[in-house]
Design a protein around this ligand. Sequence first.
Ligand code: UDX
Length: 437
Amino acid sequence: MHIAVIGTGYVGLVSGACLADFGMKVTCVDINEEKIKKLKKGEVPFYEPGLEELVKKNLKAERLFFTTRLDEAVKNSLVIFICVGTPSKPDGSADLSQIKSVALSLAEIIDDYKVIVTKSTVPVGTNRWIKSLIDANKKSNAPVDVISNPEFLREGAAVEDFMHPDRVIIGGESSYAIAIIKDIYRPLYLAETPFIITNLETAELIKYASNAFLATKITFINEIANFCEKVGADVTVVSKGMGLDPRIGPKFLNPGPGFGGSCFPKDVRALIHQGKTSNSPFKLLEAVIEVNEKQKLRAIEKLRELCGDLKGKTIAVLGLSFKPNTSDVRESPALTIIPELLKAGAKVKAYDPAAIEEFKKIVKDKVIYASSPLECVRDTDALLILTEWNEFRFLDLSQIKKLMKTPVLVDMRNIYEPSVLKNLGFKYSGIGRKVIA
Ligand code: UDX
């Protein structure tokens, strides 16, 4: 089986490398020549655990190829995965310009039966539109089938998620095309992964509804955490108590500085937009976005509660990526919080194990970047933890206390115990727990 994967971002590269590892011949295409040049040498342009090894292994085995030539990749492939970006437009709707451009290019090239599989997250109705666009513009009479096969890859665990998914969703109308895609995923089928075969619209919506639900779950616990602080309850225990109900489940009940990343904010906004244009508004999701934006500012409120006016203070920030094990800073709470700190007249020193380069591209040198947590906290008035990287879980707090001007810790991921910090003489504020002032 020959497969073409269009787009070598997170989704495309992980899918391409994993499909090659299943034993298929996969050609990944991207218009970015520099990126393709690097990928040909096995260099992955972002940090994703296990991915570079997988790319190198399958390059060597001559199952994985990279090119900038779409025609070359498509010519020999029966199945073409579309994995290009669908970023947010200013009105919240998904920008489908990359999808459109790929569909029109495919219409030019295709001269034999092809199955076009959309992995990119696209609004309900897009796959039907892709098919009509290709049919209306194609140069040959070759038939084309379109399949919706949304991905549920978590950054930082994407390879694992591809290899061991909770489910595989296949939406389509042609039973022949569906059978081909099921065949591609046969290794998962054998491992008893549940498959859902449905129509295009349902498959498209499963993706949006899943992400919107998880974003809502996080936002719910964030509001519960804020309430806990007012009434003396401990959110970590509330989450545990709730999560033991199997109808609720324990996952995604960790409060934090607000959800971020390349999917949740964009997908929730896009679903809200789709609801509006279909005259079926998502009031709940509008509140989710509003509450999440406010949640990011809780970190600043907490710093003020413990340090007073932030003007002239130096704040150490640990964690710039939107979550651990990734260099991705897209919609990271740090991108809202740090500019707010600077606006309040504070100086910011920051450290992250993987995301400094990405963060620098946006915030530039308005921040002092440190090369270790200890260097970051030296001579600072407060420490703010924004991302729960493992290396922040066992910091030498006594040493940190010595290095800081004043021992103040705002822990937006609840990775420390308030009582431990109290004994060490810190002022400490976690989230949804007792504040040590
Ligand atoms: C998400 C979905 O999980 C994945 O299935 C989808 O296809 C792409 O979007 P990802 O963006 O990689 O994956 O991150 P995820 O681990 O889901 O976390 C998203 C955000 O929620 C992060 O900012 C994270 O810190 C936050 N979060 C998550 C919480 O604040 N609390 C939690 O309990 C869980």
